[in-house]
Design a protein around this ligand. Structure first.
Ligand SMILES: [Cu+2]
Length: 126
């Protein structure tokens, strides 16, 4: 029975070491802010390349936005912005005002109604 104690101790050390190493490798929040620039991703209701162009252009005019890229197949908008100039909440509002959902937020109704029929969210991605 005596040999079990050192064994369990070394196992314990091994486990605490690996969880520690894990904590160090992926600080997602810290990764997002580099040189005052941060990146945020939003799920939108975009369905086509026209939506992509509309949202990217609209976001480009937003204060603090460095770049905005929408991936149509996944509907995910990736925005790089200056963390001291704007916030993810303000960026979501900008997406809403363009007529699209942003994560759990629903599109601004007036902006949505102005979208061409092909860009309505009832359509599948095309
Ligand atoms: Cu569209």
């Amino acid at each position: 029975m005596k040999f079990l104690l050192p064994l369990s101790l070394s196992l314990l050390a091994l486990f605490s070491f690996s969880s520690c190493a894990q904590a160090q490798t992926t600080p997602a929040a810290a990764q997002a802010v580099t040189n005052g620039l941060a990146t945020a991703q939003f799920k939108t209701s975009a369905v086509c390349d026209m939506c992509k162009a509309r949202i990217e252009k609209s976001l480009a005019y937003e204060k603090g936005v460095q770049s905005a890229v929408l991936d149509v197949p996944t509907k995910v908008l990736t925005v790089t912005y200056k963390a001291d100039k704007t916030t993810p909440a303000a960026l979501r509002t900008a997406v809403q005002k363009t007529g699209y959902d942003a994560d759990e937020l629903t599109a601004d109704a007036r902006a949505y109604n102005r979208l061409p029929d092909c860009c309505k969210k009832t359509n599948a991605v095309h």
